[in-house]
Ligand binder design. Structure first.
Ligand code: FEO
Length: 183
């Protein structure tokens, strides 16, 4: 009797996504090292913490594949791309990476719908919600650099932004937690 509770298609999609989350962690690590090297320790701190979050995402998927009695395939992680050209470019790249990741998550959700695999659909809802937060965090970064002057941001503005980011929480406020009294 086949005791695997995941189709081959979803097993592959989840394994691929696991590698993508690991890749995201490596990308953020490389950006963090770059930011630290440039003297932006606050930005680096934020990105180091974010790399950890991506590793948590990877582990979550790995655990789920195992829980469904399917095969985990740990493979090589593609190398991150080039370093950002500036803080503004760095935040642009972070936003793009998160939007791309949301698309990958949605693809898997579509597959679960096609297969009527409601267990995996339910599991993936955590990631759908998480991506709202991840995109919000990335959008907040873009807003901050825009206010600071974008590519033309002064040294003072970048200094203040860097200091603030070192203390930025890992989670963005979720619309689901909002009330009229605490918008
Ligand atoms: Fe794992 Fe930033 O999404």
């Amino acid at each position: 009797m086949d005791t695997t509770r995941l189709s081959h298609t979803l097993q592959k999609a989840l394994n691929d996504q696991m590698t993508k989350e690991a890749h995201a962690a490596q990308v953020y690590l490389s950006y963090a090292a770059w930011a630290s090297d440039q003297g932006f320790d606050g930005v680096a701190n934020f990105l180091f913490r974010h790399a950890e979050e991506e590793r948590n995402h990877m582990t979550k998927i790995l655990e789920y594949i195992l829980q469904r009695n399917a095969k985990v395939k740990v493979v090589a992680i593609p190398a991150p791309g080039a370093d950002p050209a500036s803080i503004s470019d760095c935040f642009d790249k972070v936003f793009k990476a998160e939007v791309d990741n949301t698309k990958e998550i949605y693809n898997i959700v579509n597959m679960t719908l096609e297969e009527k695999d409601w267990a995996t659909w339910n599991f993936m809802q955590w990631f759908v919600k998480e991506q709202i937060e991840e995109e919000t965090l990335a959008l907040n970064l873009l807003s901050k650099i825009k206010i600071a002057g974008g590519e033309k941001a002064s040294g003072d503005a970048l200094y203040a932004l860097d200091r603030d980011l070192g203390n930025t929480p890992d989670d963005a406020k979720s619309a689901e937690d909002v009330t009229a009294a605490t918008p």
